[in-house]
Design a binder for this molecule. Structure first.
Ligand code: SF4
Length: 303
């Protein structure tokens, strides 16, 4: 359903923010891209949606349902956004229109892409709001975004992304800023939409372990590991993935507070600064290799 091949994104001829990324999300699959801020997760979503700024240089291929979307005109992209791809942006709902009620905004994609009349769309929008714990939906549908808390706006955005019925849902940090109860509601909603294809970026490992069937880990703009979620959470292969999981409380809470990419340009692997297993080999660029069910970019594996 989503096929990304050798995607590279650069701004103003600076070093790539995403480099040589390949990822396939099958129909009905739930893939979560994990990584720290600045690892290239959100930029990848923006590239799929065709909403990168004009100074972005993009190479590679992104196919949605077999159609190449890189290079499409804005008019053609608009037909895909909302109808084929629903998008849940990051940012506590700050992107909502302050002049429209929540109900109008959640029902808008239903009017635009499902051809429903306004009244009918509003009823459906309220049902989506209820599914996400935005109750009483009648009252909240008449409210303006500024009267809602950040967590409520985040869930309203989730409803907006899901309500249009798009077959693909892209979500950028959908659990950010939510408490455990609200996270559980978002998870329940995502799991109930098993007829949709989900590609989600997150830094929330627990959320990923409960939702994903496939995990893709990005570091320093590169994909460093892609694996079935079960295999990944049982035994990750890449040193960075291992350190991410060690930061979980049940695994020892070994959290040094972030792993900024290496500034030592002699190392071709951006993780070398933090890697306990770095060696002379790591001066050369590691290629993606197959290890059991995992694809891993690390010199510890392969020939
Ligand atoms: Fe560590 Fe080398 Fe693997 Fe990079 S390529 S993660 S530095 S062992």
């Amino acid at each position: 359903m989503i096929e990304i091949k050798n995607l590279t994104i650069q701004f103003n001829r600076q070093p790539p923010v995403v480099e040589d990324m390949s990822l396939t999300v099958p129909e009905g699959g739930r893939t979560i891209i994990l990584g720290e801020s600045g690892s290239g997760k959100s930029v990848t979503l923006a590239a799929i949606l065709g909403i990168l700024p004009s100074d972005a240089a993009v190479r590679g291929s992104i196919k949605i349902g077999g159609t190449e979307v890189l290079g499409l005109r804005e008019r053609e992209l608009r037909k895909i956004r909302g109808k084929v791809i629903g998008y849940v942006p990051q940012g506590s709902g700050n992107g909502m229109n302050p002049l429209m009620t929540v109900g109008e905004q959640v029902s808008e994609p239903l009017v635009e892409h499902s051809g429903l009349k306004k009244d009918e769309a509003l009823q459906k929008a309220k049902a989506w709001m209820e599914r996400l714990g935005l109750t009483p939906a009648d009252k909240l549908a008449r409210a303006y975004p500024h009267t809602l808390s950040g967590g409520m706006r985040q869930r309203a955005l989730m409803a907006m992304g899901a309500a249009g019925g798009a077959r693909i849902l892209l979500a950028d940090e959908p659990t950010k800023g939510l408490d455990e109860k609200r996270i559980a509601e978002v998870e329940k909603l995502l799991l109930s939409m098993d007829d949709r294809t989900l590609l989600c970026v997150s830094h929330d490992l627990r959320f990923a372990s409960r939702i994903a069937d496939t995990v893709c880990v990005m570091y320093g703009g590169k994909t460093v590991e892609v694996a079935p979620a079960k295999a990944f959470f049982k035994k990750p292969k890449h040193p960075y993935s291992k350190m991410l999981l060690e930061a979980l409380p049940e695994n020892g809470l070994n959290c040094p507070g972030g792993y900024a990419p290496s500034i030592d340009k002699r190392f071709a692997c951006a993780f070398a600064n933090h890697c306990p297993q770095a060696s002379g080999k790591c001066f050369e660029t590691p290629e993606m290799v197959r290890v059991e069910q995992h694809n891993v970019r690390c010199h510890l594996y392969g020939a």
